[in-house]
Design a protein around this ligand. Structure first.
Ligand SMILES: [Cu+2]
Length: 164
């Protein structure tokens, strides 16, 4: 039973996507629970989400476009010797067939550099994910404190995201 759902989902997505987005190439990548945190205008925000490649071919997330920030970059947070650092994913984020990657506090995140307006709880931040295959997926990051329960306490490391 467990393997039946993703296969069925992928088939549905491939069939429906061309009609819904006639101008864009269909993608077998599924994006779930995109969310962001409240942040002030002019500061940096962060976007989180879970990506799954339901397709049979590798896919790479190359960039993210959004009118909500001056620039959007994919970053990876890592800990080394007790020091937290950020690395920009210049080569994009590769998704092997069947692979799921989660963008979450303390790991991969989308950096929204120079927010063009304040992000308040309940806002939806529009963005387009651009893939190496040419596929484009439109999403909206829901502003709150986490992917499951907006309003709940976030379970993440105390990292100041405004200053890097
Ligand atoms: Cu960052």
């Amino acid at each position: 039973m467990r393997s039946a759902f993703p296969a069925a989902f992928a088939a549905t997505a491939v069939l429906l996507a061309p009609a819904a987005h006639a101008a864009a190439k269909a993608s077998a990548v599924e994006v779930v629970q995109p969310w962001s945190r409240p942040a002030a205008v002019g500061t940096n925000g962060a976007g989180f989400m879970t990506l799954t490649n339901h397709g049979k071919a590798p896919e790479t997330l190359m960039s993210v476009e959004t009118p909500a920030a001056t620039q959007a970059q994919m970053h990876q947070t890592s800990m080394a010797g007790g020091i937290m650092s950020m690395k920009r994913l210049d080569a994009g984020l590769a998704l092997a067939p069947g692979q799921t990657v989660t963008f979450a506090p303390g790991g991969y995140h989308l950096m929204l550099i120079g927010l063009t307006k304040a992000l308040n709880a309940g806002d939806k931040v529009p963005a387009t994910l651009v893939f190496a295959s040419g596929a484009r997926i439109k999403i909206a990051f829901l502003v709150g404190s986490g992917p499951q329960a907006p309003g709940a306490m976030p379970m993440d490391m105390p990292m100041d995201h405004m200053r890097h």
